[in-house]
Design a protein around this ligand. Structure first.
Ligand code: 8YV
Length: 326
């Protein structure tokens, strides 16, 4: 009798997906079931005999891992982003498919962008701190005032699924214009929103709220640096729910200190977790969430299930439900 394919899973999945994983009978599931992140050597030894791997964005998938896993047919990442995967190495290796989890996390991530935009515009960080530190004080008509989005300009950097969903959510707040940047214009998707394709520089110059929704790659790494912050309105808000490395964080500290922009609201940082004494964490005009973009029951279970589907398809040589074209 031929052996059952082995799928190695680097973390516990959300409860419903985890139950499904545990009920699988056509494959042997091996799981690193600890609350702490898997170490590199645990990842390499767990994947060594595996036909399939279910992994997270924090786990580096590179040439060394491919070389040490001769049976591997599929890598199934529980994420839409795959900047942790060495794509050229995977491409030249040629025998391993890459599955990911697009679409199912679009709504949750766009919701988080809106959450951060509102937190920043209404100075929620200072307000929350004042409540918990006993500094709420007497009601003031003049202090702690935020801004609103009515008649302002919205800039969306990256107009994929999440960028588009973000624009749909934010439009009803009353923006009078929406600008977007992308590698090419998306006229059909932009038309119903009345969104205009624009170069990044124009977006930075004209927008009151700039939302970063693009993938991390060679073109976008460090894209937001001091030069770019100098182009922004001093009253502008920057929200990043994509990847921390798209922003040069040292430059962001300088830009906030020099009041080149009003507020940065981040769901992603470098590293994650960011140190609690990092100047961005300490800054009144920087709001940071711990990478919760996709962190809802519904979304994380859907991501887990899609990752299982991709892994199962891959180990049995079938087309993946959501495959990255290499
Ligand atoms: C995920 C993300 O929660 O999907 C992505 O690319 O950044 C997050 O939404 C994370 O990847 C979990 O692995």
């Amino acid at each position: 009798m031929s052996r059952r394919p082995i799928i190695f899973v680097t973390r516990e999945l959300p409860s419903l997906a985890q139950r499904r994983l545990e009920s699988l009978t056509t494959v042997e599931v091996r799981q690193h079931n600890s609350n702490t992140a898997i170490t590199r050597s645990q990842l390499l030894s767990g994947t060594k005999d595996a036909d399939g791997l279910i992994c997270l964005l924090s786990e580096k998938i590179d040439q060394e891992l491919l070389n040490s896993s001769p049976k591997l047919k599929v890598i199934s990442t529980v994420s839409v982003g795959y900047d942790h995967v060495d794509i050229p190495a995977l491409k030249s290796h040629g025998k391993v498919k890459l599955g990911y989890t697009p679409d199912v996390l679009t709504d949750a991530t766009a919701d988080t962008t809106v959450l951060l935009a509102l937190m920043a515009s209404r100075k929620a960080k200072i307000g929350l701190d004042s409540v918990s530190n006993g500094k709420w004080g007497a009601f003031s008509l003049a202090r702690g005032l935020g801004t609103q989005f009515t008649d302002k300009c919205l800039g969306i950097v990256g107009f994929g699924r999440i960028g588009e969903a973000t624009a749909y959510r934010l439009k009803p707040f009353g923006f009078n214009r929406i600008l977007y940047s992308a590698s090419k214009p998306h006229d059909d998707r932009a038309r119903p929103l009345g969104a205009e394709f624009a170069p990044l520089e124009r977006i930075l110059k004209e927008s009151d709220l700039v939302c970063v929704c693009c993938p991390l790659n060679d073109k976008t790494r460090g894209m937001f640096d001091l030069d770019k912050f100098r182009m922004m309105k001093r009253s502008a808000i920057l929200v990043n729910t994509a990847r921390g490395a798209i922003i040069n964080q040292e430059d962001l500290v300088t830009a906030l200190d020099q009041e080149l922009l009003a507020h940065a609201a981040l769901d992603v940082t470098v590293p994650e977790p960011i140190a609690p004494d990092h100047p961005l964490v300490r800054h009144d005009r920087c709001t940071i969430l711990p990478h919760i973009g996709s962190a809802t029951e519904e979304t994380r279970n859907a991501m887990g299930n899609l990752a299982i589907d991709n892994a199962l398809a891959g180990v049995f040589g079938e087309p993946l439900k959501a495959e990255v074209e290499l």
